[in-house]
Ligand binder design. Sequence first.
Ligand code: NDP
Ligand code: 8X3
Length: 254
Amino acid sequence: MNRLEGKWVLITGATSGIGKACAELFAEYGCQLVLTGRRAERLTDLAITLEEEHGISVQTAAFDIRDQEACIQFVRGLEEPIDILVNNAGLAKGLDSIQNGEFEDWNAMIDTNVKGLLTMTRWISPMMIERNSGHIINIGSTAGHETYPGGSVYSATKYAVKAITEATKKDFHGTKVRVSMVSPGLAETEFSNVRFSGDTERADSVYKGMEPLTGKDIAEIVVFMANRPEHVNILDSIVMPVYQSSAQMVHRDE
Ligand code: NDP
Ligand code: 8X3
């Protein structure tokens, strides 16, 4: 059953990976889309493709989600009320132990994964509360459920996403606005390339000898959550490849 057709879905970080896959899948369900990210050309290309393929309306906005004023201006400029907000934009930078960490990497992760998500939620959710309808879906991580060496700050940001998701559900208590989170394990996107600053060999080694998740695998969970009846709220969903059993337990074929 398609309960999503015609709904307005705002996806942050739609220029690649999980966000892009979410855009493609919501488009298949006949949703209207608002897509954000910093790479304007990718957003425009995706919008043209999805409009042509699905006959839907796609709006785009290129800005840095760390820029709180840009976020606020973007939300003020929205032409349609948002039914579903997918807080997806995020990244890991580096895999340094805390004693060797780079402030620049820490700031990028905290400002994007935590403050960017908070800012979007802060400015979109009042409109949902007012209409007593809406759904916020945060992309967390297995790193928000367990830690690993070199992952202290990335994990901290994803534990924060878990905390924010759970507290937001409580803030909306008594309304019909839903709050969910998906917590993926290893998914092959641009994530590892970004984490290792374009070191493709190192990025590829993350997925060596195993079949990782794809952006589409996660998009299917996001859309499943969004497509539940309005009285059903899935709070979290931990999703890993079958060869992954924890952050560091990854089976690899020879
Ligand atoms: P990608 O690198 O493929 O996509 C990340 C997206 O976030 C891009 O669209 C990027 O757009 C956007 N983004 C990053 N920084 C900013 C910024 N400052 N302002 C605006 N947009 C930004 O990685 P994934 O698709 O894998 O990551 C999506 C989410 O999934 C992240 O929150 C990540 O933490 C999470 N995740 C990923 C996992 C994985 O293994 N891949 C596992 C668990 C969670 P642009 O560069 O154009 O700005
Ligand atoms: C991404 C998964 O294990 O690389 O959130 O941190 S992991």
